[in-house]
Design a protein around this ligand. Structure first.
Ligand SMILES: Nc1nc2c(ncn2[C@@H]2O[C@H](COP(=O)(O)OP(=O)(O)OP(=O)(O)O)[C@@H](O)[C@H]2O)c(=O)[nH]1
Ligand SMILES: [Mg+2]
Length: 1163
């Protein structure tokens, strides 16, 4: 290996105080990999001439081809400063929005980050994202203002203008940090307040009695110290650089230099070289107010002007004499080879690279300003070990004790081993060190030489003696007596079998947080569901058999550490052991870890908090092999692909389609390339992208397609009569009455569009709703959620839930009178018990416990005196869940729909025995128990509640069923516990098991489902399209062409701003995901490459046109023609999805078929 050698790096790994784990983060193309090249060249791994050209960390072919990084990769570097040896574990990350999951996996392993910003482009969308990522992971950032050379040679700024621009960019970055800080402080304040209010304290007793406590939200902001938070050159955490030209500097460099020249103290210069200070040439004093007085700031006078003059001399004037003078005055030694070069850029790089070496400036800042693993922040440890709403002090004692090992980063033999694997990555077997030719020692060389000689002698002897028998040319016979080579027939001409070197090995990209990981050591892999409390109660990890991976569904498995690697960019170096504080690659985890995991020597270690991914996978395609026989290879390849990428999802739909879900078009392309060339190695066919839609209803529109007012306000939309075989009736006011097949139960329900604000709230709080649903289900079953294996509701979660409820209440109140009291009438959320649709209980006299009741009072006991849920309550919920999971338009999930059940009757089979719940409590109780009435209602509900829980347990499975095609299996899953439990359905309720129609619970499920669908269809239905937010930077001359592309694809321009002092426009637009394929490419082509958009998923938007619209009024007929051959956008989307799913598509057949008849054939 080039560089300083693996052994020396291994020694450096032992001194945690001198280790820095850092990553480079930025928006796409801001120069991360070029910067990494400069750092790598400082270690002699690549030559300084090639730095910036090679992009060493982009080791994949497609990365080099496209010029963007797609995978984050690590390299270990050595740096010596003030006689101290430092080890820098550097991770280069991608900036493209499609690969932002790779940024998450990188930040998780680091303690510090270099945030790179292109000074011409300024703060871009991904800059926000990476700053937030660094903030969330509690890692310390430093700033690199890169591409300053562009201000000189491209924008032709004067030093003064450049200074202004640099100030602007710095302010922009600090504004983002400021926002993050403020939101962080406010969140903490909320948390503290929530904790305070949950602790009954004497002093607050009087306040909390009846009165609502008012919090002073600004409190925290004023108290918290934010002085060290911002980037500021005088603090030493900002570097000004041009990565491509290899130079960079911090203020310190010039402060030291000018301190002696000007005779001013270094400390003063450090504070005044950046900012509004100038040097009064007469008094030789540094003064404030350069801008007001029209003076040159010191930064311009002492730094930028010098730089500008070097560029001017070398690049513009090409004045060799002056260049020699500059070299002389700066005391540089430029090799003659560089000076002779024809390209003046080489001269510039040689001069600037020696005058202001970028790697030196960067590495010095990294070592001084960024923390070592020993300085790990306590808050970070707690956040890593205990995520979500769980509090660190609720962990078992043994787990809490691990914190100190973590904090001290100890690597002794008795220290617990804690390793976090943030992703798995594939390495070609050929590139593994064991398969690479090793340099031979002198002894080995001699031995080989001897062996070759002997073999040759033997061959000659054989030829001489063996004249009678003609040897087979394909077979080489080797004498076993010679040199220990076994006798074997080697068929030279036959194709070689698959060698061990072919294929890939998966390694874990990991960091040791505590202890020392050794080759051959047995460790535990802790899956995300691992709970130290239960594991400790069960006993230690002895029961976990080796080789049983998390794929077996267990949360703990044991594995033997196979190989340990030092990550050196494209190369790997074998290690025997790695101490705490280092980033490394681990072999042997392939069968144990799918994407990420915690590895430890003790079960007391909790599973680390899952990483936050900003880009959700949204683009899906179905793949199939070109030759059917290759199917197994495809399935295997997809498995490998899934493991090799933190963000991709692979699934097999019920229809048998193999689907890949990726974060964006570029990501998808990379996944398909990997599948073709690396993991499956077969030819594949890829379907058109499958785009998700949502189905919704809207308030009846008041104008038609030609902007004429619609007279009939109570429009009840046409429904297809064939839709349901159940008896149903639609009333004029839009409500629907529907009966079960056996006519024993009748529902009156209605579908309403939810207010937009409510839908948004529901959509944003999925996690909270999941928690609420779990706790509510447990509460209804009369158990605490812990008994159900759920988590204890922390004060923070409770506060958040109450806040969510308040927000919902306000949103409903804002939406008008008809929503009054809706919050307390929520029956369920759907689909999957957590979606953005509501089931409301509007049944008079049915006082079902509200979903919020589980939150009030201690363990909810106080409020348990309300009516128990009716029997079959749960079947209604199941029906609603199925209905919302796939709507009638094209079987896509619903969004923003509220189903209000207004009446629910259950009749006995004989007319005389008619009854309505809950009026007849006796019957109700009898149904619940199958025995005579008991006194306590809550207990009685338990019999019913057990199946309720069963149903709910399927909701744990549901999140994985992301394919709409699985709706059917979901339906059967949900209903099975109820239908199949004889004690509830047939024995206990003999009068409800009906003749020929199946149990009533099943009938209710299908009736409610059918009812919801019809109620939905009698409203004006619309599709909702997934929308991308799209940021484009374009110059004025290509603006028109760019707008053309956006509008042709049904995009909307949201914002257009001209960037100060330049001809560049920042444009923000929204674009339907369905129209986005090839968008980036088209924009690039149309604008000759000068504009390139960044797309990221933003929200769901209603497609304005009605998918079923046909011209009906005279004006519409006039305008659109009576054939309606104009297909609207919404119908196009709907039919596209229906066609793909094999559903019926209403087609307009050709009206005058004779025109198309082939006359000759029909004669
Ligand atoms: N003018 C100028 N160009 C630069 C500088 N640094 C990098 N570049 C160019 O910017 C382009 C992108 O550089 P990369 O280093 O690949 O950028 P990146 O941030 O790694 O990009 P991704 O990994 O795709 O996010 C390349 O063409 C570089 O040559 C610089 O300081 N000045
Ligand atoms: Mg890069």
């Amino acid at each position: 290996m080039r560089g300083i050698g693996g052994e020396r790096l291994a020694r450096l790994q032992e001194n945690a105080a001198n280790i820095r784990n850092i990553c480079i983060l930025a928006h796409v193309d801001h120069g991360k990999t070029t910067l990494a090249d400069t750092l790598i060249s400082s270690n002699g791994i690549i030559s300084s001439r090639m730095a910036g050209k090679l992009r060493y960390m982009d080791s994949r072919k497609d990365e080099q081809l496209r010029g963007i990084t797609m995978k984050s990769s690590a390299i270990s570097l050595h740096y010596n400063k003030d006689d101290q040896d430092y080890l820098i574990n550097l991770i280069d990350s991608p900036g493209h929005v499609d690969f932002s999951s790779e940024v998450s996996t990188a930040t998780r392993l680091c303690d510090g980050a270099l945030i790179v910003v292109d000074v011409v482009e300024g703060v871009c969308p991904q800059t926000h994202v990476v700053l937030r990522q660094a903030w969330l992971e509690h890692i310390t950032p430093c700033l690199v203002l890169n591409k300053i050379d562009r201000l000189i040679s491209e924008l032709k700024y004067t030093p003064l203008e450049a200074h202004l621009r640099l100030q602007q960019v710095l302010e922009q970055v600090n504004a983002v940090v400021g926002n993050l800080f403020a939101s962080g402080v406010l969140e903490q304040a909320t948390q503290k307040n929530a904790e305070k209010s949950s602790q009954p304290s004497d002093s607050q007793g009087s306040e909390s009695n009846g009165e609502k406590i008012l919090y002073d939200w600004s409190d925290g902001l004023e108290e918290t110290d934010d002085s060290n938070l911002y980037f500021s050159p005088d603090q030493g955490n900002v570097i000004f650089a041009s990565a491509i030209d290899g130079w960079g500097f911090g203020i310190d460099h010039f402060a030291d230099m000018y301190a002696t020249k000007l005779g001013v103290k270094v400390e003063i210069l450090r504070k005044t070289l950046w900012g509004d200070f100038f040097l009064n040439s007469k008094t030789k004093r540094i003064m404030k107010g350069a801008q007001v007085k029209g003076k040159k700031p010191m930064f311009v006078q002492f730094i930028l002007e010098n730089l500008w003059s070097v560029y001017d001399t070398v690049l513009v004037k090409r004045d060799k004499d002056k260049m020699q003078k500059i070299i002389g005055s700066l005391n540089l030694k430029i090799p003659a080879r560089d000076l002779r070069h024809n390209d003046c850029r080489v001269h510039l790089q040689a001069i600037c690279g020696q005058w202001l070496p970028l790697s030196e400036a960067l590495l010095a800042m990294v070592c001084q300003k960024l923390p070592s693993p020993l300085d790990i922040n306590l808050e970070r440890i707690e956040k890593l070990m205990c995520g979500g709403f769980r509090r660190f002090d609720t962990l078992p004692q043994q787990s809490q004790q691990l914190k100190s090992a973590f904090e001290r980063c100890i690597s002794g033999d008795d220290a617990p081993v804690i390793v976090y694997v943030s992703k798995m990555f594939a390495v070609e077997n050929l590139n593994l060190p064991k398969n690479k030719p090793k340099p031979l020692s002198d002894e080995e060389l001699q031995k080989r030489h001897q062996e070759a000689k002997e073999r040759h002698a033997l061959k000659v002897a054989n030829q001489m003696s063996n004249t009678a028998e003609e040897p087979n040319p394909d077979i080489i016979k080797v004498d076993p007596s010679q040199n220990g080579i076994p006798l074997q027939d080697v068929h030279v001409n036959k194709p070689p079998e698959e060698k061990e070197e072919d294929g890939d090995t998966f390694l874990a990209f990991a960091r040791v947080f505590s202890g020392r990981i050794r080759k051959g050591q047995k460790l535990l892999v802790l899956g995300p569901k691992h709970d130290p409390m239960t594991a400790l109660l069960k006993g230690d990890g002895a029961s976990h058999s080796c080789g049983e991976g998390i794929f077996s569904g267990r949360s703990i498995s044991e594995f033997v550490v196979n190989d340990l690697y030092l990550l050196m960019g494209r190369e790997l170096e074998l290690m025997d052991s790695v101490p705490a504080g280092n980033v490394l690659g681990i072999g042997g985890l392939e069968g144990h870890v799918l994407k990420s995991a915690t590895v430890s020597s003790t079960v007391a270690c909790p599973a680390f908090t899952t990483m936050t991914f900003d880009a959700a996978p949204i683009v899906r395609v179905a793949v199939e092999p070109k030759h059917l026989a290759d199917m197994p290879a495809l399935v295997n390849g997809m498995k490998l692909l899934n493991q090799s990428d933190p963000c991709v999802e692979v699934l097999i739909q019920e229809t048998g389609e193999h689907v890949i879900v990726a974060a964006g078009e570029v990501h998808l392309e990379r996944c398909l390339d990997d599948l073709r060339e690396r993991f499956a190695k077969i030819e594949i066919k890829v379907s058109e992208p499958i785009v998700p839609f949502r189905e919704t209803i809207i308030i009846p529109p008041k104008i038609d397609m030609v902007n004429e007012a619609i007279d009939d306000i109570n429009q009840v939309q046409r429904t297809r009569s064939a839709m349901s075989e159940l008896e149903s009736e639609i009333s004029k006011d839009g409500s629907l009455t529907i009966k079960t097949a056996n006519k024993l139960s009748t529902f009156k329900l209605r579908a309403l569009p939810l207010p937009e604000e409510v839908t948004k709230l529901l959509d944003e709080n999925t996690e909270l709703i999941k928690i609420l649903d779990r706790i509510s289900a447990a509460w209804l079953a009369g158990k605490t959620s812990e008994e159900q294996g759920g988590e204890k509701l922390t004060a923070e979660a409770l506060a958040k839930l109450l806040e969510f409820r308040d927000d919902l209440e306000t949103a409903f109140a804002n939406a008008g009178k008809k929503w009054r009291g809706a919050v307390d009438r929520i029956w369920s959320f759907g689909p999957k018990h957590c979606g953005p649709n509501l089931l409301l209980n509007r049944i008079d006299g049915y006082d079902r416990p509200t979903i919020w009741q589980c939150l009030g009072g201690d363990e909810g006991d106080v409020s348990r005196d309300c009516a128990a849920p009716r029997v079959f309550d749960n079947s209604v919920v199941s029906g609603f869940q199925i209905a919302t999971f796939s709507g009638p338009l094209c079987e896509e999930p619903m969004m923003g729909v509220c189903f209000a059940i207004e009446n629910w009757l259950i009749e006995e089979s004989t007319e005389s025995n008619k009854f309505t719940f809950p009026a007849d409590k006796d019957v109700n109780n009898r149904i619940n128990n199958g025995v005579e009435t008991q006194d306590t209602v809550p207990r009685q509900s338990e019999n019913v509640a057990i199946p309720v829980r069963n149903v709910d347990s399927t909701s744990n499975i549901m999140p994985e069923l992301s394919s709409p095609g699985l709706a059917k299996s979901f339906a059967s899953d949900c209903s099975s516990p109820l239908i199949g439990s004889p004690d509830v359905n047939s024995e206990l309720m003999p009068h409800f098991t009906s003749r020929g129609y199946g149990p009533l619970s099943g009938q209710i499920i299908s009736t409610v489902k059918e009812g919801c669908r019809i109620a939905f269809q009698i409203r004006p239905q619309r599709l909702m399209a997934a929308m991308y937010k799209c940021d484009i930077q374009a110059t004025a001359d290509v603006l028109g062409r760019m707008y053309g592309v956006v509008s042709r694809r049904h995009g909307n321009i949201q914002r257009e701003e001209m960037r100060e002092g330049s001809a560049v426009f920042d444009i923000t637009a929204t674009l339907p995901v369905a129209e986005s394929f090839g968008f980036a490419e088209e924009i690039r082509k149309k604008t000759s490459g000068s504009a390139s958009p960044q797309l990221f998923f933003s929200h769901w938007e209603v497609v304005p046109s009605d998918p079923f619209w046909e011209p009906s009024t005279e004006e519409e007929l006039l305008h659109f023609g009576d054939k309606a051959d104009y297909e609207n956008q919404s119908r196009k989307y709907m039919n596209g999805v229906r066609r793909r799913k094999g559903l019926y598509v209403e087609k307009k057949t050709v009206e005058h078929a004779e025109k198309q008849r082939t006359l000759t054939r029909n004669k």
